[in-house]
Design a protein around this ligand. Sequence first.
Ligand code: NAD
Ligand code: UGA
Length: 473
Amino acid sequence: KENKMVKICCIGAGYVGGPTMAVIALKCPAVEVVVVDISVARINAWNSDQLPIYEPGLDDVVKQCRGRNLFFSTDVEKHVYEANIIFVSVNTPTKTRGLGAGKAADLTYWESAARMIADVSKSDKIVVEKSTVPVKTAEAIEKILTHNSKGINYQILSNPEFLAEGTAIQDLFKPDRVLIGGRETPEGRKAVKALKDVYAQWVPEERILTTNLWSAELSKLAANAFLAQRISSVNAISALCEATGANITEVAYSVGKDSRIGPKFLNASVGFGGSCFQKDILNLVYICECNGLPEVANYWKQVIKINDYQKSRFVNRVVSSMFNTVSGKKIAVLGFAFKKDTGDTRETPAIDVCKGLLGDKASISIYDPQVTEDQIQRDLAMNKFDWDHPIHLQPLSPTAFREVAVAWDAYEATKGAHGVCILTEWDEFKDLDFQKIYDSMHKPAFLFDGRNVVDVEKLRDIGFIVYAIGKPL
Ligand code: NAD
Ligand code: UGA
């Protein structure tokens, strides 16, 4: 019985479920991995040549194991029933209404997955929290699972994911650590070992950390809070650089040279985006408040406030330098994804910047190598926090923005523009022919670099009026 083949089922075929399971399948040829989702469109895409997410190296991994020991299916019940290890990697957005709205994690999708597992299971299961969840979620999940357990033994593990988009495959191949939290009972330890054996196929032993459940759940929220805090710290200093003539690149480099601080993740920007930093910090803030720790809650809240400040500061800079109005002016926006090498736009700072410019009646022309026009229009039409609630994924309202055009390349976007905003650090933006862009623009030609990708001096020599985050004006 000990030797029976491990069958893994992952509920949720998104940015986390898809790549993590593809890598497990690649590294563990003896394990059968099935990724299931309620979204038929998503599963169809995973089974096609056009995967639903853009991630460097992903195509290659999927091609190697799809149909061998990696499968994508909408038959959720069947594969949950057959699996011994079930990963749950569904979305856990911020609640938009009710208790904790705007802060607390919405566990609706998680709960329905847990209820479904309880309904269809006929044998013992290890249920793995892959989604990022509030501390103590495992306790709630356990209640749901064991409520009507028909004698089935469920072991809940917390195995948070630390991959970053754009580098997901390399992060999964060589993770800094894999974290597994479980119950400190004999059955709990056995379950931890079973999951550890999967990762041990390619991750060195010393990088697989095991903790109790609550430490694992909290470590994920804490890690994202620390990462986001670094960005807000460097962004806060960037504002002071602009006011004083210091240069944020030089300051960040000097600060990061201290081995206690380290050089990574100190790039000043127009603000952090992505589906997780804000959501997870809000979640952390809410948990602190619920535990009677308002001072701790306020401390972390500040990370988000500085991020919002950085985005509005950028918009204000654009408008104020263009003689206090962008009304009727064409502003080119280069980059819409929340970072390079992904087509993901969730919580991208570009949404807030574009909304700010539209609020001042600009007409904007957007180019991003990986984001579709449909996605951009939908993002700009959506309210804050609504993006991860499928009920809102409705067709475009007739009020789609007429002031927003989407261009097929950077030259088209910038042609006849009064100003250019660089909002994503795509490599191709570094090598643009800026003389050609300058020649096609209205003068004075403004360029606002929200990612510090251009050579400011070179552009000033061409004739641009350049503003770059944290750089002398
Ligand atoms: P996602 O929205 O891309 O994917 C979630 C998928 O779950 C969707 O395809 C949805 O249709 C499916 N789903 C929802 N309810 C379901 C159900 N009951 N049964 C079957 N399928 C269901 O989300 P994601 O970006 O993959 O994130 C998933 C979780 O991982 C979140 O908690 C997130 O915080 C965490 N996380 C994300 C990242 C990242 O880089 N995106 C990194 C680490 C952790
Ligand atoms: C982040 C974490 O890095 C992952 O470890 C974590 O697993 C993930 O969140 C998650 O929980 O979802 P991700 O959001 O995909 O990953 O990408 P990051 O590289 O962290 O970038 C987040 C945002 O911060 C981007 O908008 C990026 O442009 C910005 N950023 C990043 C900066 O502005 N400056 C930096 O120095 C680094």
